[in-house]
Write a protein that binds this ligand. Structure first.
Ligand code: SAM
Length: 214
């Protein structure tokens, strides 16, 4: 059975998509994308030799998945896929992978991003690059709640209720985030410079907002 984090990523992929699974590792997402019929084709990429070997082995016999060894989106050409999934990496790395391949990113219609941390960096990048967040979800794996962000290009945008809004994990996620931010603020408070920084004010504002949630 696949992990609920990977399942939540999969559920945001539109049926019939041509998908790039970046940093595919074991290939579970790629395999499930094909088996479930969500994707008509998957290009699964890996930067590192070890995971690439595991990926190649796991996908052997599954038609519709092609494995490529290389950095991020560098091994793709513009127009090869319409959906890009990047899951299980830090927000800063996700941002860099997107930044390094503007033509491939611009040719896609859907980005599904699941940062392990630094989701704010991903949101900021999307905002600065004219991508609109069209859906979001939360998923819990081994006691940690992850955010999954789905962005579309302007023509796809529409008003809808995000999966995240009705997620049973919403309250627990807010409580975990509040605890984490309070810890960060308490550490930052030990330094006058950190306390006077813009980051401190931004985090404090988020804490204040989280405290307002009933
Ligand atoms: C923690 S795993 C996540 C695997 C899978 N995507 C998931 O969500 O379960 C991150 C994978 O990304 C790969 N990776 C890291 N940087 C990468 C890059 N720049 N391009 C492609 N793959 C990368 C690593 O080798 C590793 O296998």
């Amino acid at each position: 059975m696949i992990d609920s984090r990977i399942k939540a990523v999969l559920n945001l992929v539109r049926s019939g998509s041509r998908v790039a699974d970046i940093g595919a590792d074991h290939g579970y997402l790629s395999i499930e994308l094909i088996r479930s019929g969500r994707a008509s084709k998957v290009i699964a990429t890996e930067k590192n030799g070890g995971p690439f070997e595991a990926l190649s082995k796991n996908i052997s016999g599954v038609e519709g998945i092609e494995a490529r060894l290389g950095d991020g989106l560098q091994v793709l050409s513009a127009g090869e896929v319409d959906t890009i999934c990047i899951a299980g990496m830090g927000g800063a790395l996700i941002k860099k992978i997107l930044e390094d391949a503007p033509e491939v990113v611009q040719s896609a219609r859907q980005l599904i991003l699941q940062p392990m941390n630094g989701a704010d960096k991903v949101r900021e990048w999307l905002n600065q690059n004219s991508w609109i967040i069209v859906d979001e979800d939360l998923a819990e794996s081994a006691g940690i709640i992850y955010e999954i962000i789905c962005a579309g290009n302007v023509t796809l945008s529409q008003t809808k209720i995000f999966k995240r809004e009705s997620s049973p994990l919403r309250e627990k996620f807010s409580a975990q985030r509040l605890e984490k931010l309070q810890h960060v603020l308490s550490e930052m408070s030990k330094s006058d410079t950190a306390r006077a920084s813009e980051k401190f004010s931004v985090l404090q504002a988020e804490v204040d907002d989280l405290k307002k949630i009933p």
